[in-house]
Design a protein around this ligand. Sequence first.
Ligand SMILES: N[C@@H](CCC[C@H](N)C(=O)O)C(=O)O
Length: 280
Amino acid sequence: MEFFKMHGLGNDFILMDLTKQEWPEGRNLPEYARRLCHRHRGIGADGLVLIRPSPNADVFMQIINSDGTEAEMCGNAIRCVAKYLYERGGIEKEVMHIETRAGVMIPRLVVEEGRVAAVQVNMGTPRLEREEIPMIGPGGMVINEPLVLEGQTFYITAVSMGNPHCVLFVPDVEQVDLYGLGPKLENYPSFPRKTNVEFVQVLSRNEVKVRVWERGAGPTLACGTGACATVVAGVLNNLTGRKVMVHLPGGILDIEWGEDGHLFMTGPAEEVFCGHIPCI
Ligand SMILES: N[C@@H](CCC[C@H](N)C(=O)O)C(=O)O
């Protein structure tokens, strides 16, 4: 099997194009993803990305987290898929349609001298209903609501970008016990589909600093859907404007929540290497 190792701000993926090669019958996908993503015994990645044919778009993007669970959407991976398709996959369109389990997303490519320098993705509209991210209690949205964890109260805002996010505003992200709190919030019983967790420090109305604990992957250097969820939560809590520079450990994503309700994420994508692995 041919694969491409790519990353978006250090959030790294193994891409396999299943429009060009056969997926061997009977392979256990979660087990295979765990094995390939392993940092010591595999290629190493935060997730496995499978590019499949789609009847509704240029391709379908399937994302499997490094723990073998499937995610609905991934912002950094979709920029990598767009770059791969343009430079390697024979789809030389500057506007693409990529289907995901969260719907069809629309990447626009910034091409310089034949190479993809950056990608802006229309990430669709956020979903804010409790039903989307079921919490205790009926109806409405979850904006700055208390959540008690081991006797400590945290105030959370829940945003779905197709995948679930729990956003917490803190005075200083460097002081957050990410490895202690991250997994406890990810698995908190109010989130039946588990959740991604973003700790956010507001630097100004148009700049924030974020540390992420990802569902199914743990601490990552960046999260595109998380950056979008952060800006939605910032606006709902009246802490930020709608156009925000999001500083993540791996670099900067520019996020804009348009007046039409759509989120636009702009950032880079990089290819690191490619190779072949046996079909086992
Ligand atoms: N890193 C991603 C999100 C990947 C999926 C996530 N771990 C989940 O399970 O929802 C991004 O850039 O959006």
